[in-house]
Design a protein around this ligand. Structure first.
Ligand SMILES: Cc1cc2nc3c(=O)[nH]c(=O)nc-3n(C[C@H](O)[C@H](O)[C@H](O)COP(=O)(O)OP(=O)(O)OC[C@H]3O[C@@H](n4cnc5c(N)ncnc54)[C@H](O)[C@@H]3O)c2cc1C
Length: 278
């Protein structure tokens, strides 16, 4: 509950929204889909700045990339034609595993990344496809990778305006494990591979809900370079992920359990990529 809210403002530009935020950060909260903001408990918040009218709800093809506005909802993104043309069923299937249709129509891309949620399937999927962020703050517009956004102290953090998706021809797969379809993931895993014929040129192995924020497993990625993709590859990736996993325990699962899950989900994801290419 936010019992001391005095103002609800709906600015029409990002610049205006940022100026309102800067006026008094401690007493101001940005509103996107509202699924977290509506659960907040704080007596400090006096101003809500709703981003709905700032024009960040579109997905646009640019010369070498796709720019998705931060206010695009999970369901809108999932159903978008440009996204389907670029990524096939990857986002349709992966985002379809999140909550339910009603929730996905509220949850936004920006609102999923900004609060640095460990369990965010959306963030894991976006990191898997190599997405970066366009942000607006005291240094005007800047492009940052998702990890770098969180290096900025929260007292200076800019507004996420767009998620930038590179135009690349990789293969993608995502799996999550949760105790029920509606639960947050115990662990999630996204894998992307760039192949030349059957040789692995490059890969992204992203593990989230560890329970920490999603992170790439760079040592595994390095070990896969130049490997020939064949029937053995899923098992190889499974062992590498098992040996290189770093995660923790919480009330949902122990670190040991997550370690096992990570290796199993990685194997499944690579098998799925194999079904596309073999
Ligand atoms: C029951 C339930 C189950 C869920 N299950 C899952 C799940 O399984 N997987 C999953 O990935 N997600 C899941 N979610 C969604 C996730 O937990 C968050 O609720 C959601 O991602 C928040 O998005 P929002 O647009 O509603 O953000 P809001 O609540 O509007 O905002 C969240 C925070 O981000 C800040 N913010 C918003 N937009 C911006 C911006 N553009 N720039 C800077 N800061 C910004 C806000 O100020 C606020 O602090 C679930 C949510 C619910 C309610």
């Amino acid at each position: 509950m936010l019992p001391n809210v005095k103002e609800f403002i709906r600015p029409e530009t990002v610049q205006e929204a940022y100026a309102l935020l800067e006026k008094n950060r401690k007493a101001t909260v940005l509103l996107a889909g509202g699924t977290i903001v509506s659960q907040m408990r704080s007596s400090n918040i006096e101003t809500i700045v709703d981003l709905r009218k700032t024009g960040l709800d579109k997905i646009v093809q640019k010369p070498d990339e796709i720019a998705a506005g931060a206010m695009v909802t999970a369901e809108q993104f999932r159903q978008d034609r440009l996204i389907a043309d670029r990524y096939g069923d990857f986002f349709y299937d992966s985002f379809g595993l999140i909550g339910n249709w009603q929730l996905r129509n509220m949850i936004t891309l920006g609102g999923s990344i900004a609060p640095r949620l460990g369990w965010s399937d959306i963030t894991t999927c976006l990191m898997t496809v190599g997405a970066s962020l366009l942000v607006y703050g005291q240094d005007d517009y800047q492009t940052l990778c998702i990890g770098d956004y969180f290096q900025i102290p929260s007292s200076e953090r800019p507004i996420i305006t767009h998620i930038i998706l590179p135009d690349e021809d990789w293969r993608y797969a995502f799996y999550r494990f949760a105790r029920s379809a509606f639960d947050i993931a115990t662990l999630n895993m996204g894998i992307a591979m760039k192949l030349n014929d059957r040789r692995i040129v490059s890969s992204r192995i992203v593990c989230g809900s560890r329970p920490m924020f999603p992170a790439r497993m760079e040592s595994v990625e390095e070990s896969l370079v130049d490997l020939n993709f064949d029937e053995q590859t899923p098992g190889i990736v499974r062992s590498l992920v098992y040996d290189n996993f770093s995660g923790g325990s919480n009330m949902i699962a122990s670190s040991e359990y997550r370690n096992h899950l990570a290796s199993v989900l990685a194997e499944r994801a690579v098998k799925k990529i194999g079904e596309i290419i073999l």
